[in-house]
Design a protein around this ligand. Structure first.
Ligand code: TMP
Length: 214
């Protein structure tokens, strides 16, 4: 019996308000047209338990949330998500398109909160073994553009209430990771109009499809 090739693991990253949801829907539509079996999921979240952790993580509260608590919450959710959703799907040959993954931890808890990359990398290894994304699409735009969109959405979550410099640091960490891992990262200028963003995405999707067929 011929076994299914393993699915591709595609992660979508970026700061708040860069248009992840719209563009993830576009990616899903393109995979569907190409007859690729896929699931869409997100972090923190993706299983009932991990979604409960997401709610804990994002609800505004008066108690200060310690940096390490934040770090362990995202990895607790991730451990559950990997075991219950991501690994089984990839093993069955299904592509996993994930709205954020561990690069968000390097960007937000690392760049934003100041936790060392070495500490995050040790948890990454512990929780993920050798699971890493095949492709990471970074939607990048100046912080002011994203924050303007977020402020129009209504009530802000605990992370969205952070100050501008926090998000500048998050964005810089993402751009540094993109430069460092050019093999899997593709950066899309999300400040362009939607049509140009989707043109750029289409080219990347074609590249991912041909990579998977190799
Ligand atoms: P969003 O995915 O709906 O944008 O919201 C998730 C928020 O959680 C966002 O502010 C980024 C943050 N986050 C972290 O701080 N660390 C992580 O590891 C992940 C996955 C998300």
């Amino acid at each position: 019996m011929v076994e299914n090739p393993r699915g591709q693991f595609v992660t979508i990253e970026g700061c708040e308000g860069v248009g992840k949801s719209t563009n993830i829907a576009f990616i899903a539509e393109s995979l569907k047209k190409a007859d690729i079996p896929y699931i869409l999921t997100r972090e923190p979240g993706g299983t009932p338990l991990a979604e409960d952790i997401r709610n804990l993580f994002l609800s505004p509260r008066s108690e200060r949330v310690a940096e390490n608590t934040e770090l362990l919450l995202v990895f607790a959710a991730r451990a559950q998500h990997i075991a219950e959703v991501i690994e089984p799907a990839l093993a069955a040959g299904t592509w996993v398109v994930c709205d954020r993954f561990t690069d968000a931890t390097f960007a937000y808890q690392g760049g934003g909160r100041g936790i060392s990359a070495a500490k995050i990398a040790s948890l990454e290894q512990w929780v993920q073994d050798d699971l890493r994304p095949d492709f990471t699409l970074l939607l990048d735009a100046p912080i002011a553009i994203g924050m303007d969109r977020v402020s129009k959405r209504g009530e802000l979550d605990r992370m969205e209430r952070e100050h501008q410099q926090f998000f500048e640091n998050v964005r810089n960490s993402y751009l540094e990771m993109a430069a460092q891992h050019g093999d899997r990262y593709r950066v899309i200028d999300a400040s362009q109009n939607l049509c140009d963003v989707q043109k750029a995405l289409s080219a990347i999707i074609s590249e991912m499809l041909s990579h998977a067929n190799r």
